[in-house]
Ligand binder design. Structure first.
Ligand code: PMP
Length: 457
């Protein structure tokens, strides 16, 4: 780091407290302990300012799919910065980096996707989604089709419309909503499945969509938007019956099916996109995170050819544009990232080798624990559900405190895992080796055991 001198951790923390409001945290409480100061990353390993090492079991925020320290991505950014650090896609203009990125990206996507609108983040991708979907229905002569249906406990970002589309009620209470958004329940069998089998519950959860569409009037409903598996909501994988039924309902009522692939995209599940793993065909995909492995911000909305054709052939001017859409440096990094994921066989390795290994090791280590109700996951994403009683699937009243404590013990043990309600979430970089997976699983087990001991479970 040549452009600023190293300071003590205390100095960073004091300045941080003086100037920052952090994400999803009680800032006053954080200021009392001070944040960790991360200074360096390589592969799956992070180091803080005091030299403590952490194995990052969360790929940052589900984004560093290639791991830290990839010099090919650095070189791509540097070359593009030197050549053309910025230009835009206004003024009848394009540039090679974004064109090359799109050629590569669409070669990795199923053939019925054809167009992209690039953004800087996942939240923005979903903002663009809402406007693009509504514009599409205007162009199709059905302007009254405006309502977006999302899911309770879904997450689509932190901007106003993305928050509204998501189903985090505590977020809705802070800053308000937008009109013409509705929600259905999440397909969280462990919590809400009662005596139903997962399959029967999956169908029931999907059919709520049909009920809601009929209540609202199919002529008013533009789209259903959901994550193929819920990420921030607790890494919840729906029963196998869920997505085919959702697909049927969307087709039957002429409602667009929009997949938020911000976490699931770019190899996380062992396929390039999570909707391929779960076997459905969305009309749009919201992407971000793994597109650049998080090295620089970039997101986007992918459109099916059918939607893009309508917008291009019949839409006229779409009054929409972002200064940084298709940013050349981000595009150059995305190209290097996608080439590495493809040419190094990383996605295939997750599918055939490291993904199954992580899933097997986690189940061996934790499925038998009396307070672990289920281990869910596919590829390089997994969750553990804390339970008070395995037979009845009873959740602890204080499950959030239990999981939060487990996360804190994880940091003590030198791993980064995340808690959501009563679930622990793991999503290591796709380049994780067997040895790194072993370390992550073994330390997760220690954190779970220490948590059970601490709470006297
Ligand atoms: N959609 C999903 C599914 C996400 O998980 C996230 C972020 N965790 C977002 C959208 C928002 O992305 P960003 O934070 O880049 O705005």
């Amino acid at each position: 780091m040549e452009h600023f001198a190293k300071r003590s951790t205390q100095a960073y923390q004091a300045l941080d407290a003086a100037h920052h409001i952090h994400a999803f945290v009680d800032q006053k409480a954080l200021n009392e302990v001070g944040p960790r100061v991360m200074v360096k990353g390589d592969g799956l390993t992070l180091w803080d300012n005091d030299g403590k090492r952490y194995l990052d079991g969360m790929s940052g925020l589900w984004c560093t799919n290639l791991g830290y320290g990839r010099q090919d991505l650095v070189a791509a950014a540097s070359a593009q910065l030197a050549q053309l650090p910025y230009y835009n896609m206004f003024f009848h203009t394009t540039h090679p980096a974004v064109v090359e990125l799109s050629e590569l990206l669409f070669s990795l996507l199923p053939g019925h996707y054809s167009h992209a609108i690039y953004t800087n983040s996942g939240s923005e991708a979903n903002e663009v989604l809402i406007r693009t979907v509504r514009r599409y229905w205007q162009v199709m002569g059905k302007p009254e089709k405006k309502i977006m249906i999302g899911r309770w406990n879904g997450y689509h970002g932190s901007t106003l419309a993305a928050t509204a589309l998501g189903g985090m009620k505590f977020m809705h209470e802070m800053g308000g909503l937008i009109p013409d958004v509705a929600h259905i329940d999440e397909p969280y069998w462990y919590a809400h499945g009662g005596n139903l089998s997962p399959e029967a519950f999956g169908l029931q959860a999907a059919r709520q969509l049909e009920t809601r569409i009929l209540e609202l009037g199919a002529e008013n409903v533009a789209a259903f938007v959901a994550e193929p598996f819920q990420g921030a909501g607790g890494m919840i994988i729906p029963p196998a019956s869920y997505w085919p039924e959702i697909q049927r309902i969307c087709r039957q009522y002429d409602v667009l099916l929009c997949a938020d692939e911000v976490i699931g995209g770019f190899g996380r599940t062992g396929e390039w996109f999570a909707h391929q793993t779960f076997g459905f065909e969305p009309d749009t995909l919201s992407i971000a995170k793994g597109l650049t492995s998080g090295y620089v911000p970039m997101g986007g909305l992918i459109l099916s050819r059918r939607m893009a054709d309508a917008l291009v052939e019949r839409g006229g001017v779409f009054a929409h544009g972002l200064t940084y859409s298709g940013h050349p440096v981000a595009a150059a990094v995305a190209i290097a990232n996608l080439k590495a994921l493809r040419d190094e066989g990383i996605v295939e390795r997750v599918e055939r080798d490291t993904g199954p290994y992580l899933q097997r090791r986690l189940r061996e280590a934790l499925a038998g624990h009396p307070n672990v109700g289920e281990v869910q996951g596919v590829g390089m994403v997994a969750a553990l559900q804390f339970t008070e009683d395995k037979a009845s699937r009873k959740r602890f009243d204080n499950e959030s405190d239990i999981a939060w404590h487990c996360r804190t013990l994880g940091f003590e043990e030198g791993i980064i895992i995340r808690s959501t309600l009563g679930r622990m979430i793991l999503a290591p970089a796709l380049v994780a080796t067997h040895a790194e997976i072993d370390e992550l699983v073994d330390k997760t087990r220690v954190a779970v055991e220490r948590t059970a001991e601490h709470f006297g479970l």
